[in-house]
Structures are given as C-alpha cells and as structure tokens.
Write a protein that binds this ligand. Structure first.
Ligand code: NAI
Ligand code: MG
Length: 357
C-alpha cells in the first residue's frame, strides 16, 4: 500500500522551497521504489485565508492519515494584526500538539564546505555534528495554569507552569538514547536541577533509563553551563536532550554555530515514529517570491523524513551526498555565499541537487 505524505507549503518562501524539496522527494520515490502518495494541504496564513483558522480540522484530518508531513514555514506581515489565536504560528503549535509530535530532532551539522560561515573559529567548529533532541509538547510552553492575573494589591502578574510527567520525560529520553545509538553513543541531558524541581525529576528519570542503554554514555549538565559549553567547546556534544524551553533556546544557538539558517532541517516525531519535517527557519517574508531562498534546509528535511519515518536510510544518504556534491561544486544561495562561489537562486539550487542525485 502506498504511503501518504502531506505537503504543507505554508507562507512566504514556503511554496518556493517546498517545491524544490518535493522534486527531490519524487525523484527518490522513483529511484528507490518507495511508493509514496503526495497530497497538498493548508497550514498557517494560507489556511487562514481559505478557512479562517490557521490549523483547520481538514488539515488535521489529512495529517492524521499521513505517514509524514513536509512543511515549509508559516507566518508573515499580512497576518500580524490577527488576534493571538488566529496568528499563523498558532497553527504550528496546534498541529504539533494535536498530533503529539513530542520529539523534536534538530541537527547542527557544519558542512566543511561552509566552515567560513560560522561565527566561531574554524578549529572550534570544524567537524561539528550535534543532534539536539527537544521535548516539544510539554514543559512551560504548555503547562497549566498560566496567564496574566491581577493580584489583591492591584498589581498584574504573569505566570506559567513548568511541568513534566514521568512518562513525558521517559519517551523523549528513549528517543535521545536511540538516536545516540545510531550516532556516537553519547547523551548529555540538560536541566536546571539545582533550581527547578520539575527538572530534578527529569534528571532522575534519565538516570533510570540509562541502564537499558549500556552502550550509551549519559551525562548531565545545567542549562547555563550548556549554553557556555556550546559556544566554547561545541564538539564535546553528540546528542543533547532537554525540555521544551531550554531546547528552543539551545537549538537556535547551536544552529547558528553552523552560520547558516538556510541549511538546517528538523524532525518532529510522535510515539510511532510518524512525523512532521521542516526547515528550522521561518517564512522569510523579506525575500519571499524572489527566487532567493535557500531550499537546502527543506531538502535535508526530506532526508530526515526518509531516515526517521520512511525507513529508507539509503535514500536519505543519497540526498545528503547530493547536497554535499552541490556545495563542493561551488554553488551557493545568497545566505551562504562567500568569495569565489557562484550565487544561484532557489530553483537553480534545487535543480542542481536533483542533477547530483
Ligand atoms: P526567518 O527565519 O523567516 O528569517 C530570518 C532571516 O533569515 C531573514 O533575513 C530571512 O530572509 C533569512 N532566511 C530565513 N530562511 C532563509 C532561507 N531558506 N534562505 C535564505 N535566507 C533565509 O525569521 P523571522 O524573520 O523572525 O520570521 C519571519 C516570519 O516567519 C514570522 O512571521 C515568523 O513568525 C515566522 N516563523 C515561522 C517559523 C516556522 O514556520 N517554523 C519559524 C520561525 C519564524
Ligand atoms: Mg525557536
């Protein structure tokens, strides 16, 4: 039976970059006999315009019956005035939580061809290859109660709740340990157990899981130190596992060690390994519709889809190798351009990857 893949192009540069990634997906579908069935859907501003909400029921229904989702990005100035519940970004939060996509995998990989793009010294980042595993559907971003209230003395107070259940920690822990097994066998769990009780439990549960993975080395680090270590000695890390908020911040910092937001893919997985795949960047309204966006983050997200959901690691490698060859050949989109390289647009970059495939 064919496997359904839902394509959510989204807003801004979304349609441009997704179109290139879909070409790549269709090419490997053919050459590796994957039997995929692609279906289009709406999310974010695109869905708001048609259905009046950023994540309508029809999109959720399509998503639930799909094996995997490829997403561009959502949002843009056109919808910025919308009330909070109707902003495109709400659609993203909704689809993640409705599908229980709790496991966010964000690799920070420095391509040797782009070593000069990093803000850090080459010797600090050369060969950098980190995977950040961020819990995505719990923690302080979703904890209740939350809100803004007026105290008895008339002063307003904002509050959120940092909360993680044992089972939530366990499932993200398993994901991180399993990922480390396929990589370099090290997990660093990041918390703030010296201050936050919720993360004391987080640390305990990680320790409880460790004996099931004798081949993986577990260490713990406080988040403030982790931030420091990431910019000081980033190569000490293999897999970093952490909660929603710490992961949000650390994964953006780690991403920038590679110097190029246009190169970074991501996966968000549910408990059965189905998932949503998307570039780490946003909808880049400043360059939308100009054939300037780098499609490689989205193309590399397709590679992650093949590896983590579709069990086609060879197809994933073929795409990653093709991307590497194109970089070797000196082609660059504007965001990763450097001296002596040939600057190309979105379509030409996509076509080059296809040709290299
Ligand atoms: P952004 O990531 O869209 O853009 C930041 C900068 O990076 C811009 O200068 C942009 O041109 C550049 N950039 C981003 N992707 C690029 C690519 N593939 N190739 C070349 N350059 C690229 O972040 P920003 O500007 O903060 O947000 C713009 C919109 O995107 C907002 O509406 C925001 O809410 C939304 N957003 C959506 C996300 C998602 O859908 N996952 C994530 C982050 C932001
Ligand atoms: Mg973020």
């Amino acid at each position: 039976m064919s496997k359904k893949i839902l394509i959510l192009s989204g807003d801004g540069i979304g349609p441009e970059i997704v179109s290139e990634a879909v070409n790549v997906l269709q090419a490997v579908d053919c050459s590796f006999g994957l039997d995929l069935e692609l279906e289009d859907g709406l999310l974010g501003g695109a869905a708001l315009d048609v259905h009046g909400e950023p994540c309508p029921q029809i999109t959720l229904d399509q998503a639930r019956s799909a094996e995997a989702i490829l997403l561009g990005a959502v949002g843009g100035p056109k919808w910025d005035a919308a009330e909070r519940q109707l902003r495109p970004e709400r659609g993203l939060l909704k689809i993640r939580s409705e599908l229980q996509l709790f496991g966010n995998l964000r690799p920070a990989l420095l391509y040797p061809q782009l070593a000069d793009a990093s803000s850090l010294k080459p010797e600090v980042v050369a060969g950098l290859d980190i995977l950040i595993v961020r819990e995505l559907t719990g923690g302080i971003y979703f904890g209740e109660p939350r809100g803004i209230r007026t105290l008895d003395n008339g002063e307003r107070e904002g509050f959120n709740t940092y909360r993680y259940s044992e089972s939530e920690v366990r499932r993200i822990g398993h994901l991180a340990f399993d990922a480390a097994r396929k990589r370099n066998g090290r997990v660093c769990s990041v918390d703030k157990a010296n201050v936050l009780e919720a993360t004391v439990l987080w640390r305990e549960v990680m320790d409880e899981l460790a004996p099931q993975y004798p081949d993986v080395e577990l260490s713990h680090m406080y988040v403030d130190n982790a931030a420091m270590q990431l910019v000081m000695r980033p190569k000490q890390f293999d897999v970093i596992v952490t909660g929603n908020m710490f992961g949000d911040i650390l994964s953006d910092a780690a991403a920038m060690l590679t110097g190029s937001i246009g190169m970074l893919p991501s996966a968000s997985l549910d408990k059965d390994g189905r998932g949503m795949y998307e570039p780490c960047h946003g909808s880049a309204p400043d360059i939308a519709g100009q054939d300037k966006a780098n499609p490689l983050a989205t193309i590399l997200s397709v590679a992650m889809m093949l590896r983590y959901t579709l069990a086609a690691p060879q197809a994933a490698e073929a795409i990653e190798t093709a991307v590497s060859r194109v970089l070797d050949s000196g082609l660059r989109t504007a965001d990763i351009a450097s001296e002596g390289m040939r600057v190309v647009g979105t379509r030409e970059m996509g076509a080059a990857v296809l040709a290299a495939l």
